[in-house]
Write a protein that binds this ligand. Sequence first.
Ligand code: UDP
Ligand code: MN
Length: 252
Amino acid sequence: ALPVVYVITPTFARPVQKAELTRLSQTFMLVQNLHWIIVEDSKQKTALVSNLLKNSNLNYTHLINMTPPQWKLKQKEQRWRKPRGVTQRNAGLTWLRESKKPAVDRGVVYFADDDNTYTVQILNEMRYTRKASVWPVGLVGGLMVEKPNIDPDTGRVSSWNSAWRPERKFPIDMAGFAINLRILLEKPSVKFSYQVERGYLETDILSQVTTPEELEPLADNCTKVLVWHTRSQNPNLEAENRLARKSLPPSN
Ligand code: UDP
Ligand code: MN
């Protein structure tokens, strides 16, 4: 059978959530043997996410995991102040370790934030990852494309074009790599940590499982952009707020 693509997605309630998850789920529906592990940053499973999953026809696991209060971004706080999605991704990893066996289950794990844009192609390519694979990410790090450079002779990553914190060992976005499932099952200590400098989540986790030399380049030797670090702006809901004072808040 095809190796499974396990996609771990942290998500939280806000006006654009249903639109983001709809875009994601309708991409994932086009991929065979994909298992969506969606982790809500909330106290309880919400009806919005439960219904979206139920109606999607996807293989999924619906988890909840609250960001510890001291790590939760405040309303007006700039987002780079605190890393986001850390405990949710770890909850997804914990679920995999409790549910899957390295001798039986073959697959790859991908950390897909709910606001990015993913192609079917990259999801299909990453499933054959032996250890850890990498590829370019569009619209991130102050660049149109942030990417590893591949040495044509060796087929290995020789350098990176990253402009933001290029001194990182793996100067790459969360959307730009995937890790083999067995590796994560065999090394149960591998997880995301708050105890890292800003921008070091990716370097921290990749350092625990591989080296830059071992990375497997995908997307035509990292020449194609197959994922984008898109971000939705908060919609103007000024009129809703005026109405809300008179009646119940509208729901999705
Ligand atoms: N996220 C979350 N709780 C929060 C903020 C973000 O679960 O309080 C999720 C969000 O839905 C996304 C991931 O964490 O899937 C990364 O967040 P974001 O897209 O804001 O990060 P950025 O794109 O700025 O790195
Ligand atoms: Mn994002």
